[in-house]
Design a protein. Structure first.
Length: 102
């Protein structure tokens, strides 16, 4: 089973690969981002369900205490989304790349 710790680097790598592999101009990428956002509803719902399952399983196994797995999953998903948005914006700045974030 995937853990939250293993999920975060995978997600960061996905964003970095997406930006690199698109090979679009900065202006084109900025134009397309608002159009792509609605397409992300399904993947984000699956991510939320995965996070909730991880927190619920951890709660059942008493690995950690989470009073509300769904609320915790929503909070983490929102935080990850903000990190993703920041990485994309950072990568759109002239001369900068996601690898500069390390």
């Amino acid at each position: 089973m995937m853990t939250v710790v293993s999920m975060i680097p995978r997600r960061q790598g996905m964003v970095e690969r997406m930006i690199r592999d698109l090979r679009m101009t900065t202006a084109a990428l900025r134009d397309i981002l608002p159009l792509v956002e609605p397409c992300l509803a399904g993947p984000r719902a699956r991510e939320l369900a995965l996070l909730e399952a991880i927190f619920e399983e951890g709660r059942v196994r008493r690995a950690f205490t989470v009073p509300n797995p769904r609320a915790t999953a929503r909070a983490l998903a929102a935080g990850l989304h903000q990190i993703e948005c920041t990485m994309v914006r950072f990568c759109l700045m002239p001369g900068l790349r996601a690898s500069n974030l390390e």
